[in-house]
Design a protein around this ligand. Sequence first.
Ligand code: UTP
Length: 459
Amino acid sequence: MTIHFPGYETVINNVYDSGNEHVFSYWDTLNPDQKKHLLEELSTIHFETLQQLYELAKRNLPSLDFKPAPYTPVPKTDEEKKEFEKAKQIGIETIKKGKVAAFVVAGGQGSRLGFDGPKGMFPVGAVSKKSLFQIHAEKIRAYELKYDVAIPWCIMTSEANHDATLAYFEQNNFFNLNKEKVFLFKQNMIPSLDENGKLILESPCSIFRNPDGHGGSLTALYQSGTLDTLQALNIAILSYFQVDNPLVRIIDPVFIGFHRMHDAEVSSKALVKAYPEEKIGVFVQFSNNRIGVVEYSDLPLEKQYEKDEQGQLRYAAGSIAIHLFNTRFIASVTGSNVTLPFHVAKKSIPEYTDKGIHYITGYKFEKFVFDALPLTQHNFILETKREEEFAPVKNKTGVDSVESAQELMINLHKRWLTQKGIAISPKLKKIELSPLFAIEKDDIPQSLIILDKEEVYIE
Ligand code: UTP
């Protein structure tokens, strides 16, 4: 059978030339709109690139030569503390000048969490049940009030969750942020391939595609025009974070100050790995002296367990996906021929057949944002404390789950109160401070009285 459809001859040829004609298996059952839909989707596919990615998937990559990257640890001495105070002042000055915007990546599929909807809508507040998006929005509003400045917020979504995300923000009146300064835009999608390197149908008239990874965020910022808008607003630094970390300090003056003091193009936060097998990437310095991150699955076993003279893990600085990106750096990368590399993962993928959906093993391709690090001349890595800034919500239960994230948030708020000398009842099981009440310990008024209850929420 040969397919004809006026105006789409080249696409149809590309499909046949690449050996993907099985995507037309249900052609005769499609109405004209569905036929057009399928051809439109196929016309966005770059078959040559896909072929290269398939070859990449089949190949074993050579192992790279690297050593641990240097980083600035949490301050201990008076001198270090003074340096941190200096960074903080520079950071505050930069924020107050309106140079900083927030940037969350929220295009992921949240498959491990199994939540039906954008992950950002997941209720995570320990008492209030506020969503991840609401907690982030209120933090940004709190920083705006604290520093008396507008803080634009970029939100990257994907095809699968853009409309639902936008509707959610509209229904909630953008959580009292200035909606003119909240920029939602979609990332690109890339087809997955089966084990023979062929496209996969997800319905009779569409191809299975996945979002192109958080590394797609830099291109998406540029292609959507958001980067231009930010530069027109004089934004110099984007504070990047992931939607599933409710503990993140979205606007951190110390981090921003150090970023400027080091004249960095990109800065990153690190935490010391809790145990060798912890599934986070580590910061490394490659043999060409460039800094980067090696994923936990790519770190050779002997390096994973390697210890230094003090008996500490040598590859200890783990990446928690908190970065600062200069807008000028993003413009230079996205406006050139440089693209971040794709990584390959073997995954179970739903395929449509005339007997219904069944799952096959195939390849998904994704870009990782930390691959921008080796493109920098100057960068900076700052250690942060896990219990103060990292509560990933990945799974329904157990490790990195809603429960563990809530426990971390409750403990942080309890610590703030205790450090302030505010009495809490032994009865207290759950406490939640709204970001609009306190974004850091120092915002809590000394006069605060905590009710003698099991659950307390302070707005
Ligand atoms: P993860 O890969 O850890 O989480 O992404 P996920 O995709 O939400 O969930 P799983 O893996 O399917 O269970 C980390 C962060 O990167 C964003 C996610 O939204 C999350 O904030 N991300 C991931 C994107 O924005 N786009 C992507 O293509 C992938």
